[in-house]
Ligand binder design. Structure first.
Ligand SMILES: [Zn+2]
Length: 241
């Protein structure tokens, strides 16, 4: 386990259960200027991934990963959700985004000014990062798969305490959403999200999801998973190189 009491850790993650990310993930992130890639598994201290300067801290708990089964993410498994969170944070560094003033880390915890709709987290710089992630998946699927294997290896070897999610998309969906997985996931997201992201996202449906019985399309308003696994960056005094 990593020593999370060092100064480059965000205040809210000091003392959290942290682990070194697998080597291929660190190597990839370093190529974009990231200095440290930390995996966090701490139910109390870590609810989402964050970046501090050029260090990224990835939430490896997948309690609400059903939100990332939806487009534009289309994640097939918890390790893929972790991978996309990781890539999203790398994108913030690669795109040299300034810190997000709506997120503040303190010893007391992470304070977040939530948007009025969870879909608003797909706008602005967040949208740029997700397009970067989706673009990588589409244009460099070999690299994406290689990183996936590394994260899957870590995930399978890691022992989670109080694992409160399912690895199967259908079962995870049923935990927090009414009805079965919609056969056309794109119809479950707002029109503007379809317009904005469909080109970047992989067009083909997820195999395991295709097998799902034809359930009625769930309206977006029925989604109860408000907690998208992604990140937010917060204020920092120093700048990345
Ligand atoms: Zn972000």
């Amino acid at each position: 386990m990593l020593n999370s009491d060092v100064t480059w850790f965000p205040l809210h993650l000091r003392g959290a259960k942290c682990f070194e990310a697998p080597e291929p993930a660190r190597h990839f992130a370093e190529g974009y200027g990231v200095q440290n890639v930390v995996f966090v598994d701490d139910e109390v201290k870590c609810k989402r991934s964050v970046r501090q300067e050029c260090n990224i801290f990835i939430n490896t708990r997948c309690t609400y990963w059903d939100a990332m089964i939806l487009p534009p993410w289309l994640c097939k498994s918890p390790p893929e959700a972790i991978l996309q969170r990781l890539l999203h944070e790398v994108a913030h560094v690669a795109l040299k985004h300034p810190p997000n003033k709506r997120v503040v880390s303190s010893i007391a915890g992470l304070t977040i000014q939530l948007p009025s709709s969870p879909w608003d987290a797909l706008r602005g710089q967040e949208a740029e990062c997700w397009k970067w992630v989706l673009g990588l998946r589409k244009a460099n699927s070999g690299k994406y798969e290689l990183l996936m294997s590394a994260i899957e290896g870590w995930y399978l070897a890691h022992t989670y305490e109080h694992k409160d999610w399912s690895d199967l998309p259908e079962a995870q969906w049923a935990k927090y959403n009414k009805g079965t997985l919609p056969p056309d996931l794109w119809l479950s997201v707002p029109q503007w999200v379809r317009d904005e992201f469909r080109k970047q996202a992989q067009a083909e449906p997820i195999e395991s999801l295709q097998r799902t019985a034809a359930g009625a399309v769930e309206a977006t308003s029925q989604l109860v998973s408000q907690s998208f696994g992604f990140t937010i960056l917060f204020d920092s005094r120093r700048r990345c190189p």
